[in-house]
Ligand binder design. Sequence first.
Ligand SMILES: C[S@@+](CC[C@H](N)C(=O)[O-])C[C@H]1O[C@@H](n2cnc3c(N)ncnc32)[C@H](O)[C@@H]1O
Length: 486
Amino acid sequence: MRQPLPPASCNVYTPQLLADALVAALGDTATARWLEPCVGKGALLEAISRIGTEKNRIVGLDLAPLPEPSDRFGRVKRSTEFLSWAARTTSRFDRIIANPPYISLRVLPTQVRTAALLHRTPAGHPVPAGSNCWYAFLCASLRLLRPGGSIGFVLPASFEYARYALRLREELPELFSECRVHRCEVPIFDAVDEGAVVLLCRGFGDESTTITRGQHENLQGLVASLKSRRKSHHVTKATDSPSLLDHVMLRDVMNVGIGAVTGDSDYFLLSESQRLRHRLPKSVLRSVVSRARHLQCPTITRDIWADYLDSDERVWLFRPSDSDLDNPQVRAYLELEPEQGGCRRNAFKVRNRTPWWRTRLPARPHGFLSGMTQHGPLVCFNEKPLLTATNTLYTVRFADSIPKENRCAWALMLLTTSARKQIEAAQRKYALGLKKLEPGDLSSLQLPVPKLTVPRKAYLQAVKAVTDGDWVKASEIADAYIAKLE
Ligand SMILES: C[S@@+](CC[C@H](N)C(=O)[O-])C[C@H]1O[C@@H](n2cnc3c(N)ncnc32)[C@H](O)[C@@H]1O
């Protein structure tokens, strides 16, 4: 069958520094069989070869048909689509190393998308249609790993928080004796705006230990940590917190995800004065919250949002539907050149979606959160129909098992002394003293179980205490509503 060509946005190559460190961290044995499922120009292949691994122990694949000079370092099959190959091969490997394509499954050629959807996590959860090619590559690779084997994957930072990847994140620590996530705070690749993680898992099928996490300011820090093969001073934090009695994981109660990613907020986010200047009808815009300061309240209502609008905050998201394209003002706004305030269409997130102007929205949020820990995290309940958030903020959806009347009780548990201690330990420190939690950090918090009925008034008082800066009072209120379990 004729193979589709790989999308051009996949052509992002691993720097040699990282390739060598990742190969060294995986280590070799005299008989280990290696797999590189998407060799590209061969950065990882060359690194495997540099440690002396013979060609006949390395299998490489790539969808791209043209051979590369580095193909001589392994048994490389070109014009071979990995996801379909993985579903039918009987070969198994001791080391799988990859920098897989980062691209939404929805925009892949049908043949590749269909193959991706055939894969499952080791526990049997299917690859979701709304997920990403890297996720399918990871699931497919786990299927090909021999007992005792190891994987090293270079992944986008969304590995840590993407909703679709939750199942695998939960399963991974149980599957390997050692599982490490190394997060690099700055992009590793010129063409990718997002930060990256390196996932290193060893001892497939051996008795599991906990997942550990290291955060690195730059690629050099990450590489040094990979090379040291132990927690070095570059590892600022490990999230392997002990299980707390009478607590539940936050992710079992609520799902925290990032808000809508516009890819060019200067263009897509507008204030009311900007909307009027461009004469855009309200019907082509969605109401959003976009700043942590929009969430300094227990609930966001139509009136509160209208206040932001009156203050000329950027709380409109330009998101026309197909039927709006006939509107001359919409057309004019779409056709603006970047120098005139038009969209920077070559921005990573913009160029990778179809149509480029349709920002994907998160599922209808029950509430919003800011990851900044200075004034929170605090759930601000959503009481305005069709309101959503942009990706400076997180969206919250409570589990179906939590009745609506109990949501506020669970939100209050984020303010308890126990939760605050965990937040203090888990927060990441960014430039200018900014302290923040990523959705994955929040999801891993453990919350005390609340009393079933928490009066709304208590939540309002606790939030007021937080906004007044009185954390002691906020925690006292919250602690008083922890259930006394037998
Ligand atoms: C991000 S590049 C990585 C290249 C190389 N592994 C490196 O680290 O430098 C991804 C590669 O995946 C290939 N590719 C994309 N989709 C593929 C698929 N479904 N099966 C096999 N290769 C694929 C592309 O041709 C590209 O060479």
